[in-house]
Design a protein around this ligand. Structure first.
Ligand code: MF3
Ligand code: CO
Ligand code: CO
Length: 269
C-alpha cells in the first residue's frame, strides 16, 4: 500500500496537532519532580488535553490488533522501561529518568511526541544516555528530504548509538501518522543507507529511537503493554513528528517549551 501524501490543508491541521502535543509536554514539565506518581502526571495531562486544549488523548482505549485497550492517556516509561509504560501508583524518586509520550487528536489529526525528564539529580550514566538518544533522534531527522530513504535514518541512528556503546531497540519503530495514529511507513531506527521506502514531500512520520545503555533485547510485562530491557539496563527515547518538505524537513511537534533543535549534528566515528 502506498504511503499517503498530505495535502496543504492536512499539513496545516497536522501542524496544529503537533504543536498541541508538544504543549502538553511543556505543561507537565514543572510537575515532573521527586514524589509525584506517574498516575498523577497522567491525570494532569489528561485534564489539560480534554479540559484546556479540547484535544482527545489518542492512547486512551487504543487497541491495535493483539493488544488489550490501553488504559491511560499518556505513556510514562521509567528507567529500564523502554516504552508504553502505564501510569499508576509508582512514585518518581530522585535520580529516575522518565519518558512521557503524548499523542493528541485535534480535528481528526494526530500529533505524537515524547521527551526524557531527569527527576532531581540523575547519574552521569543516565544523563549521558538521554543525551545520546537526543542526538540519535536529531541525526535521524536530519536525514529527511525528498529522495532519502528510511534506511538513511536508521543508519544514522544506529551508527551513533553503537559508536557510543549503546544499542538500538528493534521491535518498535517510528511510523507514518495523520488521520490514523499509526500509518505507513515504518521508520526503523537501524538499517543501511539507501534501503527501504523513499521519501517524498508531503509525507509525515515520527522519528522516535529507543536506545538502551546495555543490550538491545526487550520483553513485555504481564500488563500486556509495558516494554522493559531484558538486562534491566536503562533505556531512553525522544520523539518528534516530522514533515518531508521540498527541500528537507519541518518538525511539527514544536512549542515554546520544546528543547531547541541543535546545530546540525555530525556523528562521531
Ligand atoms: N505514542 C506511542 C508512539 O509513539 C504509541 C503509544 S500506544 C499506547 O507510537 F497505546 F501505548 F499509547
Ligand atoms: Co509515535
Ligand atoms: Co509517541
Amino acid at each position: 500500500m502506498a504511503i499517503n501524501i498530505k495535502t496543504a490543508s492536512e499539513i496545516e491541521a497536522m501542524r496544529v496537532a503537533g504543536r498541541l502535543a508538544s504543549e502538553v509536554l511543556d505543561y507537565i514539565t514543572p510537575f515532573v519532580k521527586p514524589g509525584v506518581t506517574t498516575g498523577e502526571l497522567d491525570r494532569l495531562c489528561h485534564d489539560y488535553m480534554v479540559g484546556v486544549q479540547g484535544t482527545v488523548p489518542a492512547p486512551l482505549n487504543y487497541a491495535p490488533p493483539g493488544y488489550r485497550p490501553y488504559p491511560k492517556s499518556v505513556c510514562t516509561s521509567v528507567n529500564h522501561q523502554v516504552c508504553h509504560g502505564i501510569p499508576g501508583d509508582r512514585v518518581l524518586k530522585n535520580g529516575d529518568i522518565v519518558n512521557i509520550d503524548v499523542t493528541v487528536i485535534k480535528d481528526g489529526f494526530h500529533g505524537d511526541t515524547s521527551r526524557m525528564f531527569l527527576v532531581g539529580e540523575a547519574s552521569i550514566a543516565a544523563r549521558r544516555l538521554c543525551q545520546v538518544t537526543w542526538d540519535c533522534m536529531w541525526l535521524g531527522i536530519e536525514q529527511v528530504r525528498p529522495g532519502a530513504t528510511v534506511g538513511d535514518i536508521g543508519h544514522a541512528i544506529q551508527r551513533h548509538a553503537e559508536a557510543q556503546g549503546c544499542s538500538v531497540v528493534r521491535e518498535f519503530c517510528g511510523h507514518g501518522i495523520g488521520r490514523k495514529f499509526h500509518e505507513e511507513p515504518q521508520i526503523l531506527h537501524y538499517g543501511r543507507p539507501g534501503t527501504g521506502d523513499r521519501f517524498e514531500a508531503g509525507m509525515i512520520f515520527t522519528v522516535e529511537p529507543m536506545i538502551n545503555a546495555g543490550r538491545r533485547e526487550v520483553r513485555e510485562m504481564a500488563d500486556g503493554w509495558t516494554i522493559v530491557t531484558k538486562d534491566h539496563s536503562l533505556s531512553a527515547q525522544w520523539e518528534h513528528t516530522v514533515l518531508v518538505t521540498d527541500t528537507g524537513f519541518e518538525v511539527l511537534t514544536v512549542s515554546a517549551g520544546a528543547p531547541a533543535r541543535p546545530e546540525p549534528l555530525t556523528a562521531v566515528a
